[in-house]
Design a protein. Structure first.
Length: 301
């Protein structure tokens, strides 16, 4: 397993070639101290047996696909599934693959570019798909740009599954969250979208104004209001760190795991879009290029 590090005076990024994992993301707190704001393993080998997608790029399709299958151009494709649901690209998705370090730049606005080629019918998906992700640092910001091409019509939906924590407290009680999201997707018992979008108004999903996270459990796709690219804002009063999530994607899945004090911001298309014609298309055809851009911006209170 290989590791690369890039940094600016404000932020440092450590990346593994396994899963294109963000192992550490170091920023400054209000006192100028360096803080790692993502959960992870110090021993890189521990990622080989971790099933939580810590810091990894998730694909070929992030989120859940109902019945572990979808129809595309009048052909049904069967994917790896557990309990009738395909999750995060399957048992051996992109998060479990060794990527190639394509390029690294250590000068002004440093970046790391990784690539991976997913074979036709890997985990059941059609097409040989070439994927890349570029992690670029600009001052106090981490920019992530994904690209993909295919030689056969397929579906694709990529995201990063980092778990954020802005202090070292045993819970998220000191964290405040704001989401620029007026609607969220209704989920069935298997956490797959039903196709119905619900208003957050007068529900516990309403984070349009900053609110304490407390002990709320979240695992929901929020529809990003397109009046702004800032999808989310979170801060911790303990260390005085604030972060913003900006994305060109329609959905932000906000997930608070039950076993650790952290939160995921998974910018992506809707889960199960291949089976939901009313959702934005996730289809990628030959000669087209899939792109996705998400940015994490850090500051102090």
């Amino acid at each position: 397993m290989k590791q690369l590090t890039i940094s600016t005076p404000h932020i440092t990024l450590i990346v593994l070639n396994y899963g294109a994992i963000i192992q550490k993301l170091l920023v400054k707190d209000a006192n100028g101290n360096t803080v790692n704001v993502v959960m992870g393993h110090d021993n890189a080998a521990d990622y080989l047996t971790d099933e939580r997608y810590l810091g990894a790029v998730v694909g070929r399709y992030a989120g859940r696909i109902s019945n572990g299958s979808f129809e595309l151009d009048r052909q049904i494709y069967h994917l790896h599934q557990e309990n009738g649901v395909h999750l995060h690209g399957g048992k051996e998705g992109f998060s479990k693959k060794y990527w190639t370090f394509e390029d690294v730049h250590y000068g002004n606005e440093p970046y790391i570019k990784l690539s991976y080629t997913s074979a036709h019918l890997e985990e059941g998906y059609p097409g040989n798909v070439k994927v890349s992700v570029t992690y670029k640092l600009k001052h106090n910001q981490l920019h992530m740009v994904y690209e993909a091409t295919t030689d056969r019509t397929t579906v694709i939906n990529l995201t990063n599954h980092s778990y954020f924590r802005l202090d070292d407290a045993p819970n998220l009680a000191a964290h405040k969250l704001q989401l620029n999201c007026s609607k969220y997707a209704e989920l069935d018992a298997k956490l797959v979208p039903t196709g119905k979008l619900l208003s957050v108004r007068k529900t516990e999903m309403d984070f349009r104004e900053p609110a304490n996270l407390g002990n709320i459990s979240l695992n929901h796709p929020f529809l990003v209001d397109r009046s702004t690219r800032i999808a989310a804002r979170m801060s911790s009063r303990f260390l005085g760190i604030m972060m913003e999530v900006l994305t060109d994607q329609p959905v932000l899945i906000v997930y608070t795991p039950p076993d650790m004090p952290a939160i995921c911001f998974e910018a992506q298309n809707f889960p199960d879009a291949p089976n939901r014609p009313k959702f934005p298309s996730s289809v990628l055809r030959p000669n087209d290029v899939y792109t996705q851009a998400t940015q994490y911006r850090f500051d102090v209170l």
